[in-house]
Design a binder for this molecule. Structure first.
Ligand code: ATP
Ligand code: MG
Length: 552
């Protein structure tokens, strides 16, 4: 998408441009505020590209601030993975990494200020009662019997909360707003709750923690954030965001803007749900190449620029959306089409014997690493009397829809000769074990006039191979919008990984600097790891559309 179109679909840019023009701000300051309770997914990439992208475009800054107000769900592993993913995506945060927990002292003082001004109270109702008293969208809430305690009593109780006098759930600090507000968030929201759990940053200093709503707006203001951008589910929370900042004595004032979350077909974008897939061993980990996490996409072979391009294309609006997986795939396809060297791989080998060649025949052919980019150079491949082709490229009988090697017919081997299948050998189970062919030595790099061949297929010499495992990935779910399902686990695609054992060119990983290849006629693959120093494992990034094999 052209930059101009992108501009039309990013309404936050209009807001920023207006604010700059009207001199409401001179330098924009954004932040990306992940909760370190899981690995980042592509939805977060949207937020990262937006926040860091705006800062870059308007010469401002973007903070990375961990929203670490719930120690029970957070840990250092998540913090490190998040930092790593942001760097990998190509962004740099302003100065040091920040944590909401850096402001716990200040936030605590603001809580005291609210109590002193009669705007917050310690509630001793239990969680169940609080829920009941809160009412519903149709029914107004009821005031807690503790709502009108004296300021002194509240100060004392809050101190006791801080000093560990109460156990979890026995007390909480609530803002005194309006139990009849049409916005449930404004019905005396909880500002502090008791959690006895060691915090990864503040260790055992605190046993009370501010809620997201209380900590977030204050952290934004303390950091001088100009545009606090979040997703639409926080739209109602904006009232509370503004209420808190208006009621406390704080120099700076930040504003919140909401945009719609990214949803992608056939996957889920929620750390909590992705964690379930990891915990239940439905995937091999957060970086399983089927996962929509940034680490999963990276292992799958996605490049940072393909993800940034994708985020540019989807734009930033307030409309609900479910983006097609093919849009993400097209971004990586365009990237790889230009940049990935070509190579040959056989996923399901079947042997070809060239009967009019001696067994010790060896010819070295120079083949291009990229058909349209001579600067990518050439590599040598062997042509010998024993070759492998893919089983799916051979047909005993002629069919209209397939362009493969057919018994009695000719085919061209990519960058090589025309061969003709003459005979097949089968084992006792009737599986083909060998196809006997003859080759035409006049056809290297030449195509005799009026000679029709069925197509061009890829191949490997049996003397020039390295064993390889190919992980063929497919979508994780078999329904378009698993996010909407209560029992999303029922819709897992049980065939999201198919493993094939075959071969790649012997020198593939040594002669090329790349880790990513287009295996001709099959798809784009990314080298994953090596097993026993010999077997190379490749992850399929995306397949090519190979219904039509062009003649060459
Ligand atoms: P999750 O439900 O996956 O945990 P979250 O919103 O709770 O998501 P946070 O760590 O709080 O995760 O998110 C950090 C930032 O990323 C927030 O500003 C949030 O609004 C944004 N974000 C999260 N998910 C998406 C998404 N799917 N699309 C766009 N932005 C997102
Ligand atoms: Mg969250």
């Amino acid at each position: 998408m052209k930059k101009d179109n992108y501009k039309q679909t990013n309404f936050i840019k209009h807001i920023i441009e207006k604010d700059l023009k009207n001199k409401l701000i001179s330098v924009i300051k954004t932040r990306f505020p992940p909760e370190p309770n899981g690995y980042l997914h592509i939805g977060h990439a949207k937020s990262i590209c937006l926040n860091f992208g705006l800062a870059t475009e308007y010469d401002g800054t973007c903070n990375l601030r961990f929203d670490d107000t719930n120690p029970m769900k957070e840990n250092i592993e998540y913090i490190n993975s998040i930092k790593n993913d942001i760097k990998w995506l190509g962004f740099k945060w302003n100065n040091d990494v920040k944590f909401s927990s850096m402001y716990f002292d200040k936030i605590y003082k603001y809580a005291i200020e609210l109590i002193n001004n009669g705007l917050a109270y310690v509630d001793l109702l239990n969680q169940e009662e609080i829920r009941k008293y809160r009412g519903t969208l149709k029914k107004p809430g009821i005031n807690s019997p503790y709502r009108n305690q004296s300021i002194e009593k509240n100060l004392l109780l809050f101190k006791q909360m801080k000093n560990g006098f109460f156990s979890t759930g026995e007390a909480c600090l609530r803002a005194k707003i309006n139990m009849c507000s049409p916005f449930i968030i404004m019905r005396d929201p909880v500002l502090y709750r008791i959690i006895f759990y060691e915090h990864h940053q503040t260790k055992n200093t605190w046993c009370i923690y501010p809620t997201y709503d209380f900590a977030h707006c204050i952290s934004d203001a303390l950091e001088g954030i100009t545009h606090s951008i979040c997703t639409l589910e926080f739209q109602d929370n904006r009232r509370l965001y503004d209420w808190i900042l208006n009621k406390i004595n704080i120099k700076y004032r930040a504003y919140q803007y909401e945009y719609s979350r990214l949803n992608i077909e056939y996957t889920i974008l929620s750390k909590r749900k992705l964690n379930i897939l990891v915990k239940k061993n439905i995937v091999t980990g957060w970086d399983d190449p089927r996962m929509p996490t940034i680490s999963g996409l990276r292992r799958r072979g996605y490049t940072p620029s393909s993800i940034r391009t994708f985020c540019d294309k989807i734009g930033v609006t307030k409309q609900d959306n479910l983006i097609e997986m093919s849009l993400l795939e097209s971004c990586i396809k365009n990237d790889l089409n230009t940049n990935a060297p070509r190579a040959m791989a056989i996923l399901d080998p079947i042997k070809i014997r060239i009967t009019n060649l001696p067994t010790n025949y060896l010819e070295i052919l120079m083949v291009p690493n990229h058909p349209n980019q001579p600067n990518m150079g050439y590599r040598s491949v062997y042509f010998t009397n024993e070759l492998y082709i893919d089983r799916s490229d051979f047909y005993e009988q002629e069919t209209i829809e397939h362009n493969g090697l057919i018994l009695g017919k000719e085919i061209r081997l990519r960058y090589s000769y025309i061969i003709k299948a003459q005979k097949i050998k089968k084992d006792k189970y009737k599986n083909i074990v060998e196809i006997q062919c003859i080759y035409d030595k006049e056809t290297l790099g030449k195509h005799p006039k009026n000679r029709k061949v069925k197509g061009v297929i890829h191949w490997l010499s049996t003397k020039n191979t390295r064993p390889a495992i190919f992980n063929l990935y497919d979508k994780l779910f078999n329904i378009k919008n698993p996010e909407k399902e209560i029992n999303f686990l029922q819709h897992i695609n049980t065939e999201s990984l198919i493993i094939k054992k075959g071969f790649v060119e012997l020198n593939l990983l040594t002669t090329n600097i790349s880790n990513v290849y287009q295996f001709e006629r099959i798809g784009y693959f990314c080298f994953d790891k090596q097993i026993n120093n010999t077997i190379a494992t490749f992850n399929r990034i995306i397949s090519l559309n190979i219904n039509k094999t062009k003649k060459k």
